[in-house]
Design a protein. Structure first.
Length: 574
């Protein structure tokens, strides 16, 4: 009679799969053990693979046995799960270390006092070891999504994070992946997982396979379980529209449901949007041969389209909304026009040219009222309305302060850039430069800037994103592009060319949240004035993004080079 087997065990595989080297290594011979490739915290248990013959070995605290792949998949599901980026938009994780951190500590950690808001929330929600998140779960999930988490891996991952083998607890029906709020907590498991990756919490949640949850700070005093259903409920996906061509700069009109955008190569598109969908309602030509950008009037009745006309001259065309009827065209001697902005009262249009010139147009009379440029010897346009400013070879943005008079112009050169402030007077018409407020930056290109609604802050990006107080121009915070984390003073990169492109910068209507799209494709939301990261929205592929926020501050539209339009319901800002 055959010897009975335990109902929980499987028959051993054909031992002919084993080679002499891995068999000797597994059973304590002189040959080294097969290479460890996965760990489960229950037991603990380990999965090894022979690099010579490929046999899988299951090690626990007492025995080592070869196992078929089918059973190995049941015992170590985290190793066999697909951890590749999902939806084409997850940002690349940062490999923190590719070697063992330190001599391994015992598997179970001693209690570690919680630090920071997230660990305090985890300790309160978990109410002890292994507690399931409860209580104010909305607060916990908001903090979790915005925080950086460290995930130990038993195997070396690929550059995009795929192929990692996180440590996991197998407690059917859920597999709990170990993640930590501090790198030093993750380092305690270096003996089992010599690699570690860092993720923003929202990205890690997006990568969790079906049936997986998070075990946060395993063994520490702030240990807490976040189940699969809970994490999914707290991260509503955006409404997404696939496009044939990418959209450029976008603006919401005052009704909060009409989105107007530049559509490559030369059209304007109007969208009716909601949290659930975006429907293109109209497309009309800009009338420009090359179409660079748009600006919407404060009342939403007009659109300024910037670019080049058929004859090659720089031109601004005023188009009536929603039909697109042309109301006027202004031609300039510049090689190109880069940006424009309506004054808050809608009576003036400011346009920045590629020949280091800034123009002021009276929209009531159609007259060009004032020109600020760099050519001191230009006799053809010399006079009281022309003065030397040094605006730079590329003027990337014009932004009005809420007071309606102060204007911020970003002026860029090959060897650096300036943030230049001026004041607009209408009677008599004049722009007055405020050289005492000029800020110099080393980057040779800047992205569009923004003032906060209360006028106390402004933000602009070069290699990094900078938040300043106004009018003191004191830099409050600098944020880096990969994780959205606060950094110290920006490093001196000399006159190197810009290699990253942030999106335009936005403030929510209450002025408490700063929003900007990273070159990685992630969209970060920071608290103002603390600078804390409040949330991360992932879904776009890396590359240039354009953002628009509805007047209520509850719906964010984003578009980029991945040819998608996404509509995000923003997290609770309260």
């Amino acid at each position: 009679m055959a010897e009975p087997t335990s109902p929980q065990s499987d028959p051993l595989p054909d031992t002919r799969l084993e080679c002499a080297q891995c068999r000797e290594g597994a059973y304590g011979g002189a040959w080294p053990q097969p290479r460890r490739i996965a760990v489960n915290g229950d037991g603990p248990e380990y999965l090894h693979r022979c690099d010579i013959c490929g046999t899988l070995w299951h090690f626990d605290m007492r025995f080592a046995n070869p196992v078929p792949e089918e059973r190995a998949r049941r015992l170590f599901p985290a190793h066999f799960a697909d951890w590749s980026p999902r939806g084409g938009g997850a940002r690349l994780p940062q490999v923190v270390s590719g070697a063992a951190f330190a001599p391994p500590d015992p598997l179970y950690l001693r209690d570690v006092p919680p630090e920071g808001d997230l660990e305090q929330a985890l300790a309160a929600a978990g109410a002890g070891r292994g507690g399931t998140a409860s209580g104010d779960s909305a607060l916990l999930m908001r903090l979790l999504r915005a925080s950086v988490l460290y995930v130990p891996s038993a195997t070396e991952p690929a550059a995009d994070g795929s192929g990692m083998t996180p440590l996991a607890l197998r407690r059917p029906p859920v597999v709990w992946v170990l993640a930590f709020t501090r790198l030093e907590l993750a380092q305690r498991f270096a003996g089992d997982a010599p690699y570690c990756l860092s993720f923003v919490g929202s990205e890690l949640i997006a990568r969790l396979p079906e049936g997986f949850g998070l075990c946060l700070n395993f063994g520490a005093g702030s240990e807490c379980l976040v189940g699969p259903q809970q994490s999914r409920e707290q991260t509503p996906p955006p409404a997404t529209v696939a496009l044939e061509e990418y959209l450029g700069p976008m603006h919401f009109l005052p009704d909060g449901r009409t989105l107007v955008s530049r559509q490559w190569p030369g059209d304007v598109s109007l969208w009716h949007v909601s949290e659930a969908r975006a429907e293109r309602r109209a497309v009309f030509p800009s009338g420009l041969k090359r179409f660079y950008g748009i600006a919407a009037s404060p009342d939403g009745s007009r659109l300024a389209a910037l670019g080049e006309a058929d004859a090659g001259e720089a031109q601004v065309r005023l188009l009536a909304l929603p039909g697109g009827r042309q109301e006027g065209a202004y031609t300039f001697p510049d090689s190109s026009l880069h940006s424009a902005a309506f004054s808050p009262d809608g009576t003036r249009l400011l346009a920045a040219g590629g020949d280091e010139v800034l123009y002021v147009i009276n929209l009531h009379t159609g007259a060009r009222e004032f020109t600020a440029g760099t050519d001191e010897d230009d006799e053809e346009d010399d006079g009281p309305d022309r003065e030397f400013w040094g605006l730079g070879e590329r003027n990337t943005s014009i932004t009005f302060h809420p007071d309606g008079r102060t204007v911020l112009v970003t002026a860029c050169y090959q060897a650096g850039s300036h943030l230049m402030f001026c004041e607009l007077d209408c009677d008599p018409p004049r722009l007055t430069l405020r050289p005492d407020l000029t800020v110099s930056l080393p980057a040779d290109e800047l992205m569009p800037a923004a003032f906060s609604p209360d006028g106390r802050w402004f933000a602009v990006s070069d290699w990094d994103l900078h938040l300043y107080r106004f009018p003191s121009r004191e830099r409050a915070f600098t944020f880096e592009a990969q994780q959205g984390r606060r950094t110290g003073p920006p490093p001196d990169r000399g006159a190197a060319n810009v290699e990253v492109r942030w999106s335009n910068v936005l403030f929510t209507p209450d002025g408490k949240t700063l929003i900007c799209g990273s070159p990685t494709g992630a969209i970060f939301l920071w608290d103002v004035p603390s600078g804390d990261l409040r949330g991360t929205l992932t879904g776009h592929d890396g590359g240039r993004l354009w953002l628009a926020l509805d007047p209520a501050g509850t719906l964010l539209a984003s578009s980029g080079y991945d040819k998608t339009l996404r509509l995000w319901r923003l997290p609770d800002q309260a």
